[in-house]
Design a protein around this ligand. Structure first.
Ligand code: ZN
Length: 53
């Protein structure tokens, strides 16, 4: 399951929806992080953008 690191509070947020059109709000600070690049693995690995599996 892909997740994102909130750029506002720095916490990891896991997605319940798979559609990219759904707004992704951080559950911790309630900010919209839809624009943040999604991660599918540990943050230490840098993948090219726009890749979703
Ligand atoms: Zn946040």
């Amino acid at each position: 399951m892909p997740y994102k690191i909130c750029t506002y509070c720095g916490k990891a947020s896991y997605s319940a929806a798979e559609s990219p059109s759904v707004k992704w709000l951080c559950p911790y600070c309630d900010k919209d992080i839809s624009h943040v690049e999604g991660l599918t693995s540990l943050p230490q690995k840098e993948d090219s953008e726009g890749h979703e599996q």
